[in-house]
Design a protein around this ligand. Structure first.
Ligand code: GSH
Length: 225
């Protein structure tokens, strides 16, 4: 039986798992869950994961409710090679470092904006929230100085996690090529990956449409940057 993923394509955390599975050539059984509304609680998911969050990955008797743990698990268990999540201790530490950066620093900034719009129905985005995103762009741009990928010359799961978060931020604030040249090159290269649209682009477009609907007006992207 393939691993089962409780997911929603709008969620950047789920898109990172979808991207990892695709990169590994691994089929997942997918079960779509409503998110951004507590009106639709799924009983099975609630039992498996009392937080009722996605992604939740179930592989036989292993249940993983955190995206960054799930992507590492998939590479360790199903990867023919370890490039995406190196086994070498030093190399792995560098990947872990950026996974933690995404989980603890990057994602919360983006999640705060998305939740304020889609859950709390806020119609305006505070300048603090916008600055938090532009600061994050600046940081990631600095990480990418003289590098093709977040950790070095090889694509890793840290790129998958960061790109799904960053692409979600672009719904609100497009990446300025002049201000963040390294970040925009990295992001553009990602968009050329053959599995990018299916694993990230489609869900991102759905979230973009929801944000626009919730704001009740076209997003004024130019004013944000
Ligand atoms: N720390 C978790 C966060 C997961 C998370 O917040 N997922 C969101 C979607 S991006 C969710 O399930 N939201 C529904 C809810 O909180 O009710 C992870 O990295 O997997």
């Amino acid at each position: 039986m393939p691993p089962k993923l409780y997911y929603n394509a709008m969620s950047p955390r789920c898109r990172a798992v979808l991207m990892t599975a695709k990169a590994l050539g691994l089929e997942l059984e997918l079960e779509e869950i409503h998110v951004y509304s507590k009106d639709h609680l799924d009983e099975t998911l609630q039992r498996l994961n009392p937080k009722h969050t996605v992604p939740t990955l179930v592989d036989n008797d292993v249940v993983i409710c955190e995206c960054h743990a799930a992507v590492g698990y998939l590479v360790d268990k199903y990867g023919d090679e370890d490039n995406l999540y190196p086994k070498d201790q030093n190399e792995r530490a560098l990947v872990d470092q950026k996974l933690h950066f995404d989980a603890e620093n990057l994602f919360p900034r983006v999640d705060a904006i998305i939740r304020s719009i889609v859950e709390e129905n806020e119609k305006e985005i505070s300048t603090d929230k916008i600055s938090a995103i532009t600061e994050a762009y600046k940081l990631v741009d600095a990480f990418l100085e003289d590098k093709t990928y977040i950790v070095g010359d090889s694509l890793t799961i840290a790129d998958f996690c960061c790109v799904t978060t960053i692409s979600t931020a672009t719904i609100i604030i497009p990446i300025s090529t002049e201000k963040y040249p390294n970040l925009s090159t990295w992001y553009r290269n990602f968009k050329n990956l053959e599995y990018y649209e299916k694993t990230n682009g489609d869900g991102l477009n759905k979230l973009d449409a929801l944000v626009e609907l919730k704001l009740g007006r076209p997003k004024t992207k130019e004013l944000c940057d």
